[in-house]
Design a protein around this ligand. Structure first.
Ligand SMILES: CC(C)CCC[C@@H](C)[C@H]1CC[C@H]2[C@@H]3CC=C4C[C@@H](O)CC[C@]4(C)[C@H]3CC[C@]12C
Length: 410
């Protein structure tokens, strides 16, 4: 509390500044206690905090049940995606604004096998992060990208732009194929701003549409809405062409517990209960990240280590000095690139002209065929050949020093 007291002056100045802000979240100058030493590239890891849930659909023979398991996994990610910072620190924080080419790489190892994450900042203007999560045992893959559009109306309102695609290898023999799920993202707003303890609440709805012909529609609400409880979630799963034929429904809170029932909600009873999920009680698998000295120089924690240290120490002069080094190096690199007509080459992703999944499912999920590329810098897709090349690369000490100088101003 002493902290909040001491910074209450800066907090009201901060509130005034966001009331007149222009939609660019990275331009907000937040008071020290709200600054996170974690960059947005790290947030991609929230998609697989429970690899056994992510991969569960691969072993399920029934297509409708697979769609239900995918919905369950998606809902299980929400707590970490949207509430983990406020639960850990007592408030949401302002993440570091990634630089173009920033990477976040890691591995989960558990009963689901080995699951790897690559996350890359693929666009700077507008800022967009792309990611790919791959599981070795099942061949399940999740890829996607996202950007945010913020507005201010009593509080910070954030619309997520972008989508994710989950591919699940299913069937046997002649029927072997990849089932696809196109996933859209909920919108959110910040609550608790005037009390100096901001946290995320989800609102609106999102969809998961599958190539097997099912759609899940997920509705989000908070305190003072339908149920009056915060972090409320209600979902229905139905054949994409008949929203009235509800096969499963979900009700609960994405930070606590939710139940999955067979059939429409009006028939919910003990007898129709299919599964329950305890978000608070389910153990997550920790992501293993290489030690700093073994990381690529553009990996997030290594690249931002001086800024992060300064944030930990509360040394705001060093924070801004160290940030400026990276920002200036990035600016001169961009002008060099445009002078030479050589744009920055993404390490794991390509901006593609069109995409099969969007052609197939985009309409049902409300995702435009071009993947909103004007707002995300591209329709970004993972490139396995690039990834294999990147993973095999060995940098010499000279190369590392050069990257650190040219790209990070070190
Ligand atoms: C703390 C307040 C006062 C400052 C504003 C912080 C803003 C920039 C933060 C608060 C919550 C954050 C969001 C929380 C969770 C996610 C899900 C993740 O998959 C993509 C990024 C995204 C969508 C974050 C984007 C940045 C965000 C909107």
């Amino acid at each position: 509390m002493a902290d909040a007291q001491a910074s209450s002056g800066t907090w009201s100045a901060f509130l005034k500044s966001i009331a007149s802000f222009n939609g660019d979240l990275s331009s907000l100058t937040a008071p020290p206690f709200i600054l996170s030493s974690q960059s947005l590239t790290e947030f991609s890891s929230y998609w697989a905090t429970h690899p056994p849930l992510l991969t569960a659909a691969a072993a399920e023979p029934d297509a409708a049940r697979r769609a239900m398991l995918v919905l369950k996994w998606f809902l299980s990610t929400l707590k970490h995606q949207y509430a983990s910072r406020s639960e850990q620190f007592g408030n949401e924080k302002k993440p570091l604004n990634p630089f173009l080419g920033e990477l976040f790489l890691g591995t989960w190892t558990d009963e689901a096998g080995t699951t790897t994450l690559v996350s890359e900042q693929v666009s700077h203007h507008p800022p967009a992060t792309a990611y790919c999560v791959r599981n070795d045992k099942t061949g399940i893959q999740l890829e996607g990208y996202n950007a945010q559009k913020a507005t201010f109306k009593s509080t910070i309102i954030v619309k997520q732009i972008g989508h994710a695609v989950l591919t699940v290898p299913v069937g046997a023999g002649d029927d072997k194929h990849l089932e696809r799920y196109l996933i859209t993202l909920p919108s959110l707003h910040i609550e608790g701003l005037i009390f100096g303890a901001p946290f995320v609440e989800l609102d609106g709805s999102s969809l998961i549409t599958s190539s097997s012909g099912y759609t899940a529609k997920i509705d989000y609400s908070g305190k003072g809405w339908l149920s009056g409880k915060k972090n409320t979630v209600v979902a229905t799963l139905y054949p994409t062409d008949n929203e009235k034929d509800v096969l499963y429904n979900v009700t609960g809170q994405w930070t606590k517990e939710f139940e999955i029932y067979q059939g429409p909600a009006k028939k919910n009873s003990k007898a129709t209960l299919v599964a329950t999920y305890d978000a608070a009680g389910t153990q997550q698998t920790d992501l293993a990240v290489a030690p700093l000295d073994k990381q690529h120089p553009l990996e997030s924690r290594r690249a931002w280590s001086k800024v992060a240290d300064a944030i930990q120490r509360g040394d705001m002069d060093s924070v801004s000095a160290e940030k400026t080094k990276i920002e200036q190096a990035q600016r001169s690199l961009r002008s060099k690139e445009s002078a030479e007509g050589q744009p920055w080459e993404r390490r794991y992703f390509n901006a593609v002209a069109e995409d099969e999944t969007l052609a197939l499912l985009g309409k049902a999920a409300g995702v435009p065929l071009d993947g909103d590329r004007d707002k995300t810098g591209g329709l970004w897709r993972f490139d396995a050949a690039k990834a294999a090349k990147a993973d095999a690369e060995k940098l010499t000490d000279e190369q590392i020093a050069r990257i650190e100088k040219e790209m990070l101003g070190q």
